[in-house]
Design a protein around this ligand. Structure first.
Ligand code: SAH
Length: 348
């Protein structure tokens, strides 16, 4: 019986209103339930106190609420929190809360595993099992917002789609989740899209689609190299989506949105730590207004990849700045609990 019931959060507000009308109730009841489900993130029909007992029972008989559960929470020495999140079908994803003095950021997953095979990323070893539904993405944000209030006395301020998975390979659900996260209360969480960053390995067609949809969130691209052979050797899908296509999509994005792109970039010893690598990056940055975020490599137990020495990082910083490109060099957080970029692999 249980398994045949539909997840009520798969319904749109319109569908929920129609459902109540078909039951001989008022469409307005659909709004009330919708607000409990999303704005208040209620996981039990019993808590919907402005709905009659009979109606709550009727909902119980017809639907389930497939909410996530935080199975395990780990805290890093630097305050970072990693959640192992259990989905209704017992699959696990991870999400991370990263506190700084000025903000608390949620790093959320968009897929169970990942369909891409970036050689330096632990998630890639899991393969893609399935896409997350909008409510499963939304629930991660709610869980981290609760933790942020509980442990840091403030609401969540930012969201980055840099957990497990490639968000643009789960386009529809990621956009549906963001729509609910940014919708004003009582139907949504009322977060500003300017505080949300979607990070992609670079799927040109989908970047154009985002631009056409006039989305208001920020875009980050995991570039790591602006030379095709190098990029293909570490991110094999670059053979299918070469830099020329990515570049064209990014120009398109900027022309439509006027929103500056962030390039995430790890510098590895012997892979992309030479002057020619920086020069290629400088050239790539000229195509659309952008900034470069140099991130530290988080080892995943593969001898091929080693963090470049600080001289190489300095060279990147100097050359980029000399060419008028904004660059930040960022240290990793949560390394001791495998919560840093690229380390999410359901180890525990
Ligand atoms: N699929 C998306 C989002 C997930 S990865 C994307 O590729 O952007 C989030 C970021 O972590 C990406 O920039 C990715 O390249 C980076 N990353 C992956 N493995 C890493 C590692 N071992 N060390 C540091 N960064 C890593």
């Amino acid at each position: 019986m249980q398994t045949t019931k539909k997840d009520i959060r798969a319904l749109t507000k319109e569908q929920l209103r129609d459902f109540f009308v078909a039951q001989g109730d008022k469409a307005f009841r659909g709004n009330q339930v919708y607000e409990w489900l999303w704005g208040k993130a209620t996981y039990s029909f019993d808590e919907m106190t402005n709905i009659s007992k009979e109606t709550r029972q009727m909902l119980e008989d017809n639907f389930v609420i497939n909410n996530i559960r935080v199975d395990q929470m780990q805290r890093s020495n630097d305050g970072t929190i990693k959640n192992a999140v259990r989905l209704h079908d017992d699959l696990i994803v991870e999400s991370v809360l990263i506190p700084t003095p000025t903000r608390t950021t949620a790093c959320v997953s968009s897929q169970v595993g990942c369909s891409l095979d970036c050689k330096f990323c632990a998630t890639a070893r899991l393969k893609r099992m399935r896409n997350l539904n909008p409510d499963e993405i939304y629930d991660q944000v709610v869980a981290i917002d609760n933790e942020s209030r509980l442990y840091f006395d403030k609401p969540l301020s930012n969201i980055v789609f840099m957990g497990m998975g490639e968000p643009l390979m789960n386009y529809k659900n990621v956009l549906a989740a963001i729509d609910k996260i940014t919708s004003p209360p009582p139907g949504g969480l009322g977060m500003s899209p300017k505080r949300i960053t979607v990070s992609t390995s670079g799927v040109p067609k989908m970047i154009k689609k985002l631009a056409d949809s006039k989305v208001k969130f920020k875009l980050a691209v995991s570039l790591h190299s602006a030379i095709d052979e190098v990029r293909t050797s570490i991110m094999p899908f670059n053979a299918t989506f070469p830099l020329k296509d990515l570049r064209e999509a990014l120009e398109y994005w900027y022309n439509k949105t006027k929103s500056r792109i962030t390039y995430e970039y790890v510098v590895w010893r012997g892979i992309n730590d030479k002057q020619k690598d920086v020069e290629a990056l400088v050239k790539f940055c000229r195509f659309a207004p952008s900034k470069v975020n140099i991130i530290e490599y988080n080892p995943i137990g593969d001898d091929h990849f080693k963090q470049a020495d600080s001289k190489a990082i300095d060279m990147y910083q100097e050359l980029l700045e000399r060419n008028g490109i904004t660059v930040t060099v960022r240290r990793s957080r949560g390394k001791d609990i495998d919560a840093a970029c690229g380390q999410l692999a359901n180890k525990s």
